[in-house]
Ligand binder design. Structure first.
Ligand code: URA
Ligand code: CA
Length: 433
C-alpha cells in the first residue's frame, strides 16, 4: 500500500477501507509515514468528510494505538460523561456524586485543563489533601465500594490522538467534525466505560459556535459509539453565557457543593439533573425517564448526593469537612465588586471573554506550563435576562493581586445591558441518541 494512493482516494471523495485507515494510523504513529503526507490526508478529510464506517474504523485504529483501560473488575454498567468544554462548567463534580448515590458506578478519569479555568483535576486540587494519584487497584476497589472515584488520567491512552492533534493544530484542520469526533470518542473508548453521555456545547463560549455544527458533531459521536457497541447519547446545551455563577477552581468546588445542597445556580442545576438522568438511564434502560429524573432530584433534596461527595473526598485522603464549611477551601486575599455602568436588562454575556477575565486573574492556564491560582476567579451575580440597576454589582472578582483592572474591564465590556429585555435562549437545546 502507498500513502500517495490513500491521499488521492480521499481527495477524490472516495471511501477508505479499514485496511487503508489502519495503514495510515499505524504508519503515522510509527513514523514511517511522514508528516507532510499525514497533513495532506487530514486536509482531504477536512474537505471530503468521512462516512460512518470510515469514522468507526478511524476511531478504533486510534484507540488501538495505545493502552486501553480495563474496568471489567468494576461491577455494573460504567457510564462516563464528557463535555466538549465551555466556561465555568462544574457539572462533573455535581453529576458524579448524584449518579453514584443512585448505585451507578462512576470510575472517572479526569485531566487538567488549558483555558479559562482548570480541568476537573485542577479543581479537585483545591480540596485540602485530596489525592487523585491512586493505584489502579485502589481506584477499582473504591468504585466497587463507594460507586465513585476520580483519578488522574494515567497510561499512554491514544498516542495517535496526541500526534494528530498536534499536526491538526498547525495545518488548520482542527475544526473538522470527523476529526474532532474521532479524537474525543477514541479517548473515551480507551478509558474503558460501557456507555457515554456527551454534553456537546454550542455557542460563543464553545468549540462549536453554532447549533447546527454542534448537532452534527453530536450525531457523529453517537454514531461512532453505536458502531463500536458503546451506548452513547448526547445533550446539546447552550454555552452562550458561562454555566452557573462561579468561574475559578475553589470557587467552582464551592458552587458544586452548593448545587448538591439544592441552592446552586438554576442553569447549572438544570443541566446537572438532565445529564445525571441520562447517565442513570444508560445504566438502567428499564427505568422510566420521568421517575429517574425525580429520583435524581431527590438525591439532592435528601442530601445523599452530597454525602457521596464527602465519602469520595475522605476516601481519597481529603478533608471531607469542606462540604459543611466551604471556608476551608483556598481563599483569595481580595474581593472586588464590578458595578454596572447602566440600568436595564442583561441581554448577553460573552462566555469566552468572561472566562478570560477569570484566566487573567490566574484561574486558568494560558499555556501548558502556567501555574494555576486555585483561590481566584469570578462569581457572577447576574445572568442573561436579569434586571440590573446602575451601580449594582454584576460580579465579584476574587484575586490575590490588587490590580484587577483588566478583568473588570472585560466583565463590563462583555456584559451587555440594554433597556429592553430580550428572550433568553434555552439551556438544553436537544438530545441526540
Ligand atoms: N477536544 C478533543 O479532545 N479533540 C478535538 O479534536 C477537539 C476537542
Ligand atoms: Ca460555574
Amino acid at each position: 500500500m502507498r500513502m500517495y494512493d490513500v491521499i488521492e482516494k480521499k481527495r477524490d471523495g472516495k471511501e477508505l477501507t479499514k485496511e487503508e485507515i489502519h495503514f495510515f494510523i499505524d504508519g503515522y504513529t510509527n513514523q514511517t509515514i511522514p508528516e507532510y503526507q499525514a497533513s495532506a490526508l487530514l486536509m482531504a478529510i477536512y474537505y471530503q468528510g468521512m462516512t460512518d464506517e470510515e469514522l468507526a474504523h478511524l476511531t478504533m485504529e486510534m484507540v488501538q494505538s495505545g493502552e486501553q483501560i480495563d474496568l471489567s473488575a468494576i461491577e455494573g454498567v460504567k457510564v462516563d460523561k464528557h463535555s466538549t468544554g465551555g466556561v465555568g462548567d462544574t457539572t462533573t463534580l455535581i453529576i458524579a456524586p448524584i449518579v453514584a448515590s443512585l448505585g451507578v458506578p462512576v470510575a472517572k478519569m479526569s485531566g487538567r485543563g488549558l483555558g479559562h479555568t482548570g480541568g476537573t483535576l485542577d479543581k479537585l486540587e483545591a480540596i485540602p489533601n485530596f489525592s487523585f494519584e491512586l493505584s489502579q487497584q485502589t481506584f477499582i476497589e473504591l468504585v466497587n465500594k463507594d460507586k465513585l472515584s476520580v483519578i488522574g488520567q494515567t497510561g499512554n491512552i491514544v498516542p495517535a490522538d496526541k500526534m494528530l492533534y498536534g499536526l491538526r493544530d498547525v495545518t488548520a484542520t482542527v475544526n473538522s467534525i470527523p476529526l474532532i469526533a474521532s479524537s474525543i470518542m477514541s479517548k473515551k473508548i480507551a478509558s474503558g466505560s460501557d456507555a457515554i453521555v456527551l454534553d456537546v456545547k454550542a455557542g460563543s463560549g464553545a468549540f462549536m459556535k453554532d447549533v447546527h455544527q454542534a448537532k452534527d458533531l453530536a450525531r457523529a459521536m453517537v454514531q461512532i459509539g453505536k458502531s463500536v457497541g458503546i451506548d452513547t447519547r448526547a445533550i446539546i446545551s447552550s454555552m452562550e453565557q458561562p454555566l452557573g455563577s462561579a468561574i475559578g477552581n475553589a470557587l467552582e468546588i464551592k458552587e458544586a457543593i452548593e448545587t448538591l445542597q439544592g441552592r446552586g445556580p438554576e442553569d447549572l442545576t438544570e443541566l446537572s439533573i438532565e445529564l445525571s438522568t441520562q447517565m442513570v438511564l444508560l445504566a438502567h434502560p428499564e427505568y422510566s425517564p420521568e421517575e429517574t429524573r425525580e429520583q435524581v432530584k431527590e438525591q439532592i433534596t435528601n442530601g445523599k448526593a452530597l454525602e457521596a461527595l464527602r465519602t469520595m473526598i475522605v476516601h481519597q485522603g481529603g478533608n471531607g469537612d469542606i462540604v459543611d464549611d466551604v471556608s476551608l477551601l483556598p481563599q483569595a486575599k481580595y474581593t472586588i465588586d464590578v458595578p454596572a455602568d447602566t440600568s436595564g436588562f442583561v441581554t448577553h454575556m460573552e462566555a469566552h471573554e468572561i472566562g478570560t477575565s477569570a484566566m487573567l486573574l490566574g484561574a486558568g492556564r494560558a499555556t501548558k506550563d502556567a501555574v494555576i491560582d486555585l483561590a481566584v476567579g469570578v462569581v457572577l451575580h447576574k445572568k442573561v435576562g436579569d434586571r440590573v440597576e446602575k451601580g449594582e454589582s454584576i460580579a465579584t472578582i476574587y484575586a490575590n493581586e490588587k490590580d484587577v483592572q483588566a478583568s473588570i474591564d472585560k466583565i463590563k465590556q462583555f456584559t451587555v445591558i440594554k433597556e429592553e429585555k430580550e428572550q433568553t435562549p434555552p439551556l438544553i437545546i436537544d438530545m441526540i441518541q
